[in-house]
Ligand binder design. Structure first.
Ligand code: UGA
Length: 441
């Protein structure tokens, strides 16, 4: 099938790569010339395990093409995906400017009957707006070409995006048209084998499903973080409590790991956007504001622990930091807890020695050269002469360090663990002051 994907960002590239992998003919269009030039040379501009190989394979088999030529791209696809970014607007809602500008381009160039599919995470009602904009452009051109707009939100996790796309839990399709459903069934048939994964519903419900899924997951995280904080006050151990509640299948073990707050490009933005959408229609989403408040507080907690350990005397201290990315298997530092921590430490006069297996370049890009940040080549180098080590990301790399070596290299044996990687009893037997999350027992 002929598919066009607008957007060579995270969602657009994964969608393009996976659709080409199963044999569809994909044209991926982006207005960023540098990005397209890189992609044409087989270089993937983002870090995602396996993505570059898929893109190369698609290009070698001539199933995927990258271009800046929107007219060519619109003419190609029977299905045209919109997978461009939706940054946060001033009022907290998702800014659909790019989505609607693509809709305008589609209306300008549409040459044959096509299905336009919104894949970006967009506020409820956006597919209707896209439809209006395409229609308006067609009318201006005096063109009478039939098209339909469907919603097909994406549920990729960074670091596991290819597996998520190739073996989805569900494929959400918002459409009331039997013709569109049949076409999308054909498109997704290779991903919908063995058991039915396609859930067809009206467009608005599909749009809301995406936000509801992310808001629910964020709520689980803020909930467990709240209980973790309470556990510290009550002398209980959140890791015991987590297993105690997770064993109830109605609760489940997933997404109840306490930590230093959720980050990334999705949860913070989407929860805020859903709350703003609610506000716009006159509904106050109290739970969603609480989820965000708890998360903002949680991101501060690592700093609070370090600061109170040193009685607020941070000037001149050297703090080692393991993990800059918002989670393992990515170099993404958007809304990462490490940023809140570093910025607060610098404010307090401390210097940071940081290490991350993937996000060093990203950190350099964000913060540039500063005297109080040293990006170290290994996790061992990061702890040299440090007064404390703080763990922000649970890379496997950090799960079983040589503690004797750590003790030798560090100036003081202090570990603040934002991901509860170690056994508190073992740590205290080794002579470390070990401050984890929610482990008051
Ligand atoms: C998230 C969702 O998991 C995907 O299903 C969704 O498609 C995606 O957003 C999106 O909307 O595009 P992602 O942002 O890649 O995916 O990352 P997650 O693996 O969900 O992690 C998000 C944050 O939650 C991380 O900071 C992580 O450390 C934190 N987290 C996760 C916890 O603190 N505790 C947990 O138990 C789980």
């Amino acid at each position: 099938m002929k598919v066009t994907v607008f957007g060579g960002g995270y969602v657009g590239l994964v969608t393009s790569a996976c659709l080409a992998h199963v044999g569809h003919h994909v044209v991926c269009v982006d207005q960023n010339e540098t990005r397209v030039a890189l992609l044409q040379r087989g270089i993937c501009p983002i870090f995602e395990p396996g993505l570059e190989d898929y893109l190369l394979e698609g290009q070698q088999e001539q199933l995927i093409e990258f271009t800046c030529d929107a007219q060519l791209a619109v003419a190609h696809g029977d299905v045209i995906f919109i997978a461009v970014g939706t940054p946060t607007d001033e009022d907290g809602t998702a800014d659909t400017r790019h989505v609607l500008s693509v809709a305008k381009t589609i209306g300008d160039y549409l040459a044959k009957p096509s299905v336009v599919v919104t894949k970006s995470t967009v506020p409820v009602g956006t597919a209707d707006r896209v439809s209006e904009v395409v229609q308006q452009q067609l009318r201006q051109r005096g063109a009478d070409i039939s098209f339909e707009v469907a919603s097909n939100p994406e549920f990729l996790k960074e670091g596991a995006a290819l597996a998520d796309f190739m073996k989805p839990d569900r494929i959400i399709l918002g459409t009331s048209s039997g013709r569109v459903e049949a076409l999308m069934r054909e498109l997704y048939a290779p991903f919908n084998r063995n058991h039915e994964r396609l859930l067809v519903m009206d467009v608005r419900s599909a749009e809301l499903t995406k936000y509801a899924a992310n808001a629910m997951l964020a709520t689980k995280i803020s909930f467990i973080n709240e209980i973790a904080n309470l556990a510290e006050h009550l002398g209980a151990d959140i890791e015991k409590v987590r297993q105690g509640i997770g064993s109830d299948p109605r609760i489940g073990y997933h997404f109840i790991y306490p930590g230093c707050g959720y980050g990334g490009s999705c949860f913070p933005k989407d929860v805020q956007a859903l709350q703003a959408t609610a506000h716009k229609v006159g509904y106050e989403a109290h739970l969603l504001s609480a989820v965000q408040q708890v998360n903002a507080h949680q991101k501060q907690r690592l700093f609070d622990k370090v600061n109170s350990y040193f009685d607020g005397q941070l000037a001149g201290k050297v703090i080692a930091l393991w993990g800059l990315a918002f989670k393992p298997r990515t170099d993404d530092m958007r809304e990462a807890p490490s940023r809140v921590l570093m910025e607060a430490l610098w404010q307090g006069g401390a210097a940071v020695q940081a290490y991350d297996p993937q996000a060093m370049e990203e950190c350099q890009r964000i913060y540039g050269d500063r005297k109080d940040l040293a990006l170290m080549g290994t996790k061992e180098a990061a702890v040299k002469g440090a007064d404390a080590l703080v763990i922000c990301t649970e890379w496997k790399h950090f799960w079983a360090p040589d503690f004797a070596q750590l003790a030798e290299k560090m100036n003081q044996k202090v570990i603040v663990d934002g991901r509860n990687l170690y056994d508190p009893k073992k740590m205290s037997a080794l002579g470390f002051d070990y401050l984890a999350v929610g482990r008051g027992a």
